[in-house]
Design a protein around this ligand. Sequence first.
Ligand code: ZN
Length: 425
Amino acid sequence: MVRNQLVSQIDQAVESLTDELTEFACTIFGIPTQNPPGNNYRQCAEAIGAMMQKIGMDVEYVEVPQERLSELAPRGEGLPRISVVGYLGDKAQRPNIHFTGHYDVVPEGTGWTTDPYGCEIRDGNIYARGSADQKSGIVSEVIAAYALQKAGLKLKGTLIASATPDEETGGQAGVGYMVEQGYFTRESTDYCVITECLDVDKVCIGHRGTLWFEIDITGRQSHGSMPSEGVNALEFAQRLMQAIDEDIRPLIAEPTPLPVQPPACRQTTLTPTILQAGEKINTVPGSCRIGYDWRLIPELSVEWAKEQITAVCEKVKASMPGSDYTIHYLGEDNPTLVPKDTDLVNTFLANGKTYLGREMEFSVSPGMDDQKYVVQKGKLDHCIVYGPGRLTLAHKSDEYASIEEMKMAAKIMALSAVDLLGLAE
Ligand SMILES: [Zn+2]
């Protein structure tokens, strides 16, 4: 088939599905899937599954067994954790490309000028919590499959589209569980695209890492008039903050040359977020808690960061006889970075340019997403993040998704599936 013909066939197929895209988007945007705790998951997964079935995909549901809910979704109040997977083509056929997005959303918060689940459409944008982050990506992946069907383009391999829960609370019961069950692994999957909100014109190749830690400091309580009788835990915290500034900050001052978005996030950030100590003005506190949110550029590792923090704690402890500390790591995820020059990346760059009429850019996510499970646990390097939602709208009030951008992403996804899998004769 002539290239131009293929490009315009997909373009027209997606355009002809505009009404159905909008209706499907409003259906799933309108289901309040706030996480925590994980509301209406079954309803949302089934609405997505029903659309997949309508297109002619084989649908399966993957549910976390009851007895593992407290382990994988500790804040989930025992509510079900359910993923939906649709296959366009035979399940076992290779090669395959698996598009996946999370359907859970963060609570709506305050400051909305519209109903957060009302799906009001203004200037071609649909307003809803979770529209950008990232139900829009689910819409695009499903419409991409629909457009291929509609255009009569039969793939040589299989297009898989899925929607998972719990990304907003770490993804253990969503993509994490799926990887454990053999989905998204190097053995089962050839190409994976996480349809997170990293912008319609960017191919995202990784994300920063995270280390959340609290340090419980113990000293010895004493009368405020006789501080020499005590060991001031608050003073330990003060010395620790100073040691972090003097010993660690110079090591993390260099920004990454990688295209982390927004550009202000190209730096490693090490932010004090918790400080608790003291009960009475004339008592030297015998205990103190201090916490930091550390975001690591892809050049750094969690292991390295832990060594640094232990070293400064030891240094301060040595300077204050009678003091002690315990570090609690509340969250730790290494950064993820996949190679830039692969057929998956290059196909999306080329097809983005085809439909957008301009060069695509690379990006690296400032936060974390489910790519970490696929790359780090599933050992699949052929995994990018690409979806239509706008990164800067994530978690804000008056969040929206553009209908045009959802269509654009669907076209780029559909053409890329054809290029990567080939067309059946
Ligand atoms: Zn997201």
